[in-house]
Write a protein that binds this ligand. Structure first.
Ligand SMILES: Cc1cc2nc3c(=O)[nH]c(=O)nc-3n(C[C@H](O)[C@H](O)[C@H](O)COP(=O)(O)OP(=O)(O)OC[C@H]3O[C@@H](n4cnc5c(N)ncnc54)[C@H](O)[C@@H]3O)c2cc1C
Length: 382
């Protein structure tokens, strides 16, 4: 495996279960990928993640940390040493906004900021922070900066409903005190003595729909500015094209890696790929799905037969609704009050109580069983 994020960890887990010897080469000093170095502690406690990774290690998976493949060890070496290689290096190349002023002290990309906080390193954050972007990295940066005592303004060029960030996260950030400026995009960052002093934004209006299904923001003549001393750029994460090119791997026009959608094989024999590297910045379950699929395909190639089903539990659903349907309502996790949770990095949403978990587990979720097109299930939503 190259990369120990959710895709690489999942592939390692299944391949170890199938009886293979597995080595994970990881550029960081720990496994977990974005879950370890980008998602903040208040959303995903690192002790929980460490326990999950320990289970994978105990299956016999060998982790080699601080191994930057392409720099510390080359793909040709992996080719010579291993029967198959799964590439899952994610999207750690941060997009950059080319504006006057980005060279000033106080301008930083979101990932190094989140990573610095996740590693407990000192981060040079001012008191007034402007965040450019509308994705999860922008909102995680906003909520992290709030917890560091800053006042935070998120600037997004479209409308709230167009934000790619998880809706509940945006709401939580707002409850915790983040300000939002919609329909505005950065124009210029102004400085004094080499450090950020203010940001100028140009108002946007929405034009025609673009390929993403959202209306394209168009700059107007209207300029606004406000004082700030830190600007965090959270405008997207991309695949490291240089790594792919230097490794002799073909890249699609969209910037992600070329691969066979059925087998996950890349343009290079023996090399498979998955996770954000092939989908572009996506989500954890997607990355894990690729890891599992890659493990199945690699096993089949190495063993010459499709064996994975033997090892994985088979689920068979019949068309009989449960005799007794639970009338329990859906339970939700319990968020700490905004004023309290913003004071620390303690987990912001507490899990269900034991009783709630039992009720939740006994709810009928068989909405797929229908009679005359109507779900047979009686479980109440909300
Ligand atoms: C701020 C932020 C918040 C997010 N929030 C959510 C969320 O709430 N829910 C959700 O489902 N998804 C979320 N995501 C997306 C999710 O984290 C990713 O989709 C997922 O982690 C992708 O998994 P991956 O294994 O493909 O890549 P990654 O998690 O990026 O792991 C790649 C691994 O490869 C390593 N690596 C990179 N280059 C090399 C190299 N040359 N040699 C060796 N190792 C290398 C990296 O160090 C890393 O450990 C978020 C992402 C970000 C950035």
């Amino acid at each position: 495996m190259v990369g120990g994020g959710p895709a690489g960890l999942t592939a390692a887990f299944y391949l170890a279960l199938f009886g293979h010897e597995v080595t994970v080469f990881e550029a960081h000093s720990e496994a977990g990928g974005m879950l370890r170095f980008a998602l903040p502690e208040y959303r995903l406690p690192k002790a929980v993640l460490a326990k999950e990774i320990e289970l994978i290690r105990r299956l016999g998976v060998n982790f080699l940390f601080n191994q930057n493949v392409g720099a510390d060890i080359h793909l040709n070496d992996l080719d010579a040493q291993f029967d198959a290689v799964f590439l899952s290096i994610g999207t750690w190349k941060e997009a950059w906004v080319y504006l006057p002023g980005t060279e000033l002290k106080g301008v930083m990309p979101a990932l190094p900021f989140l990573e610095g906080v996740a590693k407990n390193e000192p981060v040079a954050l001012g008191r007034r922070v402007a965040i450019i972007g509308g994705g999860n990295a922008a909102i995680d940066s906003a909520r992290t900066a709030l917890r560091k005592g800053a006042t935070v303004t998120v600037i997004y060029r479209r409308e709230r409903k167009d934000m790619p960030a998880i809706r509940e996260e945006v709401e939580a950030a707002e409850q915790e005190g983040a300000h939002f400026v919609f329909l505005a995009s950065p124009h210029r960052i102004m400085g004094e003595n080499g450090s950020v002093k203010a940001i100028e934004m140009v108002k946007t209006r929405l034009g025609e729909f673009d390929g993403s299904g959202r209306r394209r923001p168009i700059s107007t003549e209207e300029i606004q500015s406000f004082k700030c001393d830190t600007v965090i750029l959270a405008v997207g994460e991309a695949v490291d094209r240089d790594f792919c090119k230097a490794s002799g791997l073909s890249i699609k026009e969209s910037g992600t890696l070329e691969y066979d959608r059925y087998t996950l094989e890349t343009s290079r024999d023996k090399f498979y790929a998955g996770g954000d590297l092939i989908s572009g910045a996506s989500n954890v379950s997607n990355a894990m799905g690729y890891g599992k699929k890659a493990a199945r395909n690699i096993d089949q190639r190495l063993m010459g037969e499709a064996r994975a089903q033997e090892f994985l539990p088979q689920f068979e659903y019949d068309q009989t609704p449960p005799a007794q349907v639970s009338e329990s309502r859906r339970h939700h996790p319990h968020p700490l009050p905004a004023k309290e949770r913003v004071k620390s990095f303690q987990e912001a949403e507490l899990a269900l109580t034991c009783e709630e978990a039992l009720e939740e587990a006994s709810r009928c979720l068989r909405c797929d069983i229908r009679e005359n097109g109507i779900p047979v299930s009686h479980a109440k939503e909300k």
